[in-house]
Write a protein that binds this ligand. Sequence first.
Ligand SMILES: [Zn+2]
Length: 245
Amino acid sequence: MKTLNGHFTKNGNHTDHKHNGCHHHHNDLDLELIEHIGDNHHITSIDTPLRQDAFDLDDETKIALIEEHFAEIMNIMGLDLTDDSLKGTPRRVAKMYIKEIFSGLNPANKPAITLFDNKYDYHEMLIEKDITVHSNCEHHFVPIIGKAHVAYIPRKKVIGLSKINRLVQFFSKRPQVQERLTVQIAQELRKALQTPDVAVIIEADHACVMMRGVQDCGSSTITAQYLGAFERPEVKNELLRLLGK
Ligand SMILES: [Zn+2]
């Protein structure tokens, strides 16, 4: 597993991802630690944690089941599901989860990547910036909204630019952790483009930070992964300069 090159907030504070100053002891560890992991958005693995049987049920079955369960959540909260405005919500949410905002869990929805020969023999960095990121935090199931900047140095192959957007969208449409999203995009591009030289930077706002907990609306999170040539300071700096950072 590749470690992340950076994770810091816009105001320059480093986000501490270790358990420094943490008062947990081993006896009360488990539940508290699990909550702590979520609230601090720790990452536990680069692969999205999916079960082996994740796609045994088809989409229609999943939608029907989620509809049922979401109606139950609304019921428990005391909402009147006979009200015309609420009646359709469980089904709407279920369809939105499976067909839209979490459709990137299913490998069947992964965009096909078309590569082209690098006919112009272009071997400088190519940057696609300000790609819209609409994802959801896997710890709170509320939105992560931001921008991705993707760069690579082509070898023999180049990729249609819209395919980079589609890949970013695909990995965004999962319950996510921003660091994992960053790494998943970088690794997929490195594989698809057959070049080791890939960089991905994501700047995003987390609704869970804005709406709950510290309720800090002013801070955003920046994550970056620099692979291959981008690990060299001069190449990384050139990228950041071109991005205006
Ligand atoms: Zn969250």
